[in-house]
Design a protein. Structure first.
Length: 60
């Protein structure tokens, strides 16, 4: 599932952690928004995922 270069995904114990990888502020441009949207659809269909946490890479 980790096929997106601007987005990193890990799934453990029914929790998906989605990390936006567009430092330093991880702003959503059209490309990143599209990738996140497709990823959310994919995670919604995954029976092993019950929680999704979205975070950003970088210091803050």
């Amino acid at each position: 599932m980790n096929q997106y270069s601007l987005v990193e995904v890990s799934v453990e114990n029914q929790v998906a952690i989605v990390t936006l990888n567009r430092p330093p502020f991880n702003p959503l441009n059209k490309e990143l928004f599209s990738k996140v949207y497709l990823l959310m659809e994919e995670l919604e269909q995954n029976q092993e995922v019950r929680v999704i946490i979205i975070t950003g890479s970088g210091e803050k």
